[in-house]
Design a protein. Structure first.
Length: 275
């Protein structure tokens, strides 16, 4: 046995918390690459009897699951036909009430635009015990794989995380654009490609500099990762003229200038499917 395999074998006897029957674990699968899954997440995959997963969970992560587990697809993509959020919560509750070990597996982090809070409230309201296992969110991990630090002490001491659509699939109507545009030097946008032109126009009208740098990272942390750089004022044209692959994370601000020096995920480093 190689030293690497021996090292991983140490986890076989690790004292992980018990995954009890009739409970639900909400686990963040990370931004895409299987290697970014947490140890608790990996453990939960091997223990679960029911795995309710999102559309963005990498198939290589699902392949790590208990072979006897039932996989239940519950994907939600903004603006596209998908299962109702209430139905997803009810599915979890029903499986748990039948004494199953239920794993709710979500891309990124369950509490970052992942509706994990809604699901935990539903579980708690139904008397179901749950555990939350955070995941690496794309707004941090995805940027890192693009060579873009979400913070840098020479550019920003604050960052805003913004979703590109609300529950209707449209541009969020409750955002205070004037406050958002200038509150932090860096803005990270999730699920924003579809409405990118409109969002960027709102930011500019609200006071953001039109020439501010903008980068779109598609398929972050995966071998097919691609990055497009532009500016706020040109974002609509870029989004319309290029076939921007999704899922994608968008970042606006001065930290993009570090990408040229920090663009590490290239060549042979970008060929490993585990990240």
């Amino acid at each position: 046995m190689s030293k690497t395999k021996q090292h991983f074998a140490q986890l076989d006897e690790a004292d992980f918390p018990s995954f009890l029957s009739g409970t639900v674990w909400l686990v963040g699968a990370g931004p895409g690459a299987p290697g970014l899954l947490s140890l608790l997440g990996y453990y939960a995959l091997g223990q679960a009897e029911i795995i309710i997963h999102d559309a963005l969970v990498n198939q290589k992560i699902l392949a790590m699951a208990n072979p006897d587990a039932e996989l239940v697809f519950a994907g939600k993509r903004g603006g596209k036909p998908s299962i109702d959020q209430g139905d997803i919560s009810n599915i979890m509750i029903e499986y748990a009430k039948h004494g199953k070990k239920v794993l709710r597996l979500k891309g990124g982090d369950p509490f970052v635009f992942g509706r994990g809070g809604e699901e935990c409230l539903a579980l708690g309201g139904a008397g179901i015990k749950f555990r939350l296992v955070p995941g690496i969110t794309a707004g941090i991990g995805g940027l890192a794989y693009g060579g873009i630090p979400v913070t840098h002490r020479d550019t920003n001491h604050a960052v805003i995380f913004l979703t590109g659509h609300d529950e209707t699939g449209l541009v969020p109507h409750s955002v205070d654009w004037k406050a958002t545009a200038t509150a932090a030097p860096v803005i990270v946008m999730y699920m924003a490609v579809k409405h990118l032109g409109s969002i960027c126009e709102k930011l500019v009208v609200a006071g953001r500099a039109p020439e501010d740098k903008l980068a779109i990272i598609s398929n972050a942390t995966l071998p097919e990762q691609s990055i497009v750089e532009t500016s706020l004022q040109n974002a609509r044209t870029i989004a319309q003229s290029k076939d921007i692959a999704t899922p994608a994370i968008v970042v606006v601000g001065p930290v993009i200038k570090y990408r040229q020096a920090l663009d590490w995920y290239v060549d042979e480093l970008a060929n490993n499917p585990y990240g």
